[in-house]
Write a protein that binds this ligand. Sequence first.
Ligand SMILES: C[S@@+](CC[C@H](N)C(=O)[O-])C[C@H]1O[C@@H](n2cnc3c(N)ncnc32)[C@H](O)[C@@H]1O
Length: 188
Amino acid sequence: MSRHIAELVNAIPGVEEMSLLELGTREGLNFERFACKRKDSVDIRYDPTFRMTTDAFFEQNDGRLTYDIVFIDADHHAAQVMKDFNNAITIAKRAVFIHDLFPNRAGYATENGSQAGDGYRLMPEFFLQPMFPFVLNTDHGLTMILPPFFPLLGYHKDLTYVEMVEWWGTRKRYSVEEMKEVIKRRKW
Ligand SMILES: C[S@@+](CC[C@H](N)C(=O)[O-])C[C@H]1O[C@@H](n2cnc3c(N)ncnc32)[C@H](O)[C@@H]1O
């Protein structure tokens, strides 16, 4: 569960007039905190708006419902996160947030999709997005991606967590307060 997603989303000026889709909602602890006017959730369990896989949601939605913000936090295998992102950008208008792209420690990154999964293997690809990813230095690298969005074409299947951290080097990660400043100053 993300510790800071609701705080960041609710820092967006005019969020009360926006719509949000959360992919992977669990009990809805964050979902219920979002201040958006229209909210939908997708999960294979619990009590979401759409009780189905994210793949099934995008297939049946076929681009009809669009959202200002999409938050991706469902199946954490890199291949599925990539698929969710590529589907999300067909219906997201203002921002896509993704949880667990930069786990706080190696043990939290897993091959089998539990905990943070291996979504970190997408990180170099996200740097090809025109607006670059804004990544938190906490909360397992909760990431904000802004339009224009481009589909991801693949991910680094053999990249280890340690190699990703080395590759990251001195690239900036944002504190929660810095990220909120970026959000507040942006023209939405
Ligand atoms: C980490 S939890 C989500 C936590 C929630 N976003 C929060 O911040 O409180 C991941 C959720 O994704 C759901 N999930 C896993 N694979 C999924 C899939 N393929 N489609 C939809 N939901 C999925 C799980 O049932 C679980 O509830």
